[in-house]
Design a protein around this ligand. Structure first.
Ligand code: G3H
Ligand code: ZN
Length: 284
């Protein structure tokens, strides 16, 4: 299938009470793993590339790999930039063929975040591309973006209402206690805040930093309006741990396919588990 914008996927998820998995892709094997898992589960899926992934693999490679992956499955696939912090970078992604973008202005003062996000929405909307934005500051590290515990800031529901009204974004990433990367302790999500946000903004809510969040908390968040759940760290762990295991068991192996092939299988397994947890199996 051709790439689809995320608003189509998320509106259906919002109406039917499940979430679409948004999985970060950094290389060919992970793109293939996401496609294979989504196809096996008959689930809609979002493949997202961070600025770091684009720097590593190259914008043309990422776009081409995901386009080919989408064309080879029967389920809808969106290609999304994750945490785009520069207007120019987001525009390059749109021009390259991304069906959806995230503009992350969460480090900017509110007025500037609104103004920049609106600027992205105006261009994106004109060409049929969806926009996700972020309000509040999600802690932790993802690639080249770090938000310290001190800087992290929960989303204010009233501000969220104003932000969505003025920017007209398609989806909103909120800070309610999750963080990027590996958690030190068990994350505690602020469900009251999530409920208050969802009561005021009627658009799909996005949960970032979802690796390591207990399954029960993910289910609860989805029941309160989260329609897009982002997973990166859990895929990295599955992929790299399997790579380590294969090399440890076969120290003389020099064929990358015999190392990365099993890693791809491990990634498929964890992605399928997440899709089932999010309730998006058989929703394609
Ligand atoms: O934007 C990507 C996600 O928020 C990934 O977070 O690495 O904690 O799964 P994670
Ligand atoms: Zn994120």
């Amino acid at each position: 299938m051709a790439l689809v914008p995320i608003d189509v996927l998320l509106k259906k998820a919002d109406a039917e009470g499940y979430a679409v998995g948004a999985f970060n892709c950094n290389n060919m094997e992970i793109v293939q793993a996401i496609a294979a898992a989504a196809e096996a589960e008959k689930a809609p899926v979002i493949m997202q590339a961070s600025q770091g992934a684009i720097k590593y693999a190259g914008l043309e490679y990422i776009t081409a790999m995901v386009r080919v992956a989408a064309e080879n499955v029967s389920v809808p696939v969106a290609l999304h930039i994750d945490h785009g912090t520069s207007f120019e970078q987001v525009m390059r992604c749109i021009r390259s063929g991304f069906s959806s973008v995230m503009f992350d202005g969460s480090k900017l003062p509110l007025e500037e975040n609104i103004a920049m996000t609106k600027k992205v929405v105006d261009v994106a909307r004109a060409v049929g591309v969806s926009v996700e934005a972020e309000l509040g500051k999600i802690g932790g590290t993802e690639d080249d973006i770090t938000v310290s515990d001190k800087e992290a800031m929960f989303t204010d529901p009233k501000e969220a209402e104003r932000f969505v009204k003025e920017t007209e974004v398609d989806a909103l990433a909120v800070a309610i206690g999750t963080a990027h990367g590996v958690y030190k302790g068990e994350p505690k999500l602020d469900f009251e805040r999530l409920k208050a946000i969802k009561d005021l903004v009627k658009i799909p809510i996005v949960l970032h930093g979802s690796s390591g969040v207990p399954d029960e908390a993910i289910r609860e968040a989805i029941s309160l309006g989260v329609c897009k759940v982002n997973i990166d760290t859990n895929i990295r762990e599955a992929f790299v741990n399997k790579t380590r295991e294969v090399i440890a068991n076969n120290p003389k192996e020099i064929d990358p396919r015999k190392i990365l092939g099993p890693a791809r299988e491990a990634a498929i397994e964890i992605i399928r588990e997440k899709i089932r947890l999010f309730g998006s199996s058989a929703k394609a």
